[in-house]
Design a protein around this ligand. Structure first.
Ligand SMILES: [Zn+2]
Length: 317
């Protein structure tokens, strides 16, 4: 059985506003991007069929987002580049389910999470592609919590999210809290930029992912673990590669070629902007399927390094 679930941009913006962030406008791409892409995310979740990150079907379709980021930001202060592998991020997984897990189910989650940690570390170590950049970041699983809560098990951005996170969040600005559940809204995951961490809502920090997007899960072409890699990119201040469309500012990273709109599936050779370079469809910060995305650039690694120094390294919270 296929369940079709949609989430509209207007609802996402309203959510961001409700969370108290001032940067909800950052969700809206410039006109040339949003009108040209006009993607519709037909998000299907079932055992065999893929929940899709989205689908570009034509200008008449509403713009829908598979994930949700809040907090606008300006220029990040440039800092000396942290050495590759020098930052070990304490990672806590929170598994949320609607029933008490059996021993077999718990064991399955442990395997999914272990595989997810491997994918995350490979992705941030530059081991996933010849062109992939290494980064300062490595991730260590400190603990896994298991929570039975029917409402939280289908969490979507908003009040339920706040209820869940205020109860489960642990650590400080250097801690990566990952919530894995059968999330709602047709989303694969969402995250928040770190700027504004000390806004009185520290518990909202972290990443929420569809549990079945972990490697070996049932999310079809989104079941290789790249959703967490993508969302942690946001957690470390990366924008989507299609941010800003073909504009000069783009995603504020110089070595990611400009891209007019989000790409889905794996359109090899796509080239939507006149500026040099093919669309960065293999970049973790595009919307392509997991088998297509396999790299960060050196510029993205620099940006994440600067963001860590500017917003997270102090351990506030
Ligand atoms: Zn995203």
């Amino acid at each position: 059985m296929t369940v079709l679930r949609l989430r509209r941009l207007t609802a996402v913006v309203a959510t961001a506003a409700a969370l108290g962030f001032t940067g909800s406008a950052s969700l809206v791409h410039p006109a040339q991007s949003s009108t040209a892409s006009a993607g519709s995310a037909a998000c299907a979740a079932s055992g065999s069929a893929a929940r899709v990150r989205g689908d570009v079907t034509g200008a008449q379709e509403p713009k829908l987002y598979p994930d949700n980021e809040a907090n606008a930001y300006g220029v990040i202060k440039d800092a000396p580049r942290l050495p590759n592998g020098s930052v070990n991020i304490r990672t806590i997984f929170h598994v949320v389910s609607d029933h008490t897990l059996s021993g077999a189910e718990t064991a399955r989650y442990q395997t999914l999470i272990a595989n997810q940690m491997t994918v995350l570390n490979d992705s941030y170590s530059g081991r996933t592609a010849a062109a992939a950049a290494d980064t300062p970041f490595r991730f260590s699983l400190a603990k896994t919590t298991y929570t039975v809560n029917k409402a939280w098990s289908t969490v979507a951005p908003g009040k339920v999210e706040r209820d869940m996170k205020s109860a489960l969040y642990e650590g400080d600005s250097t801690t990566l809290n990952v919530y894995a559940a059968n999330i709602g809204g047709g989303l694969l995951g969402w995250a928040y930029f770190p700027k504004g961490y000390n806004n009185g809502r520290d518990f909202i920090d972290g990443v929420v992912i569809l549990d079945e997007s972990m490697p070996g899960g049932t999310a079809g072409k989104y079941a290789e673990g790249d959703t967490l890699t993508h969302e942690v990119g946001h957690w470390l201040m990366l924008e989507h590669t299609f941010k800003g469309g073909c504009s000069a500012s783009g995603d504020f990273v110089a070595d990611t070629p400009r891209e007019a709109y989000a790409q889905f599936n794996c359109p090899v050779g796509a080239d939507t902007c006149a500026a040099p370079g093919l669309d960065p469809i293999h970049n973790f910060m595009d919307y392509t399927q997991d088998s297509c995305m396999d790299m960060f650039t050196a510029g993205q690694a620099d940006r994440m390094s600067d963001a860590w120094v500017a917003f997270r390294a102090g351990g506030q919270g």
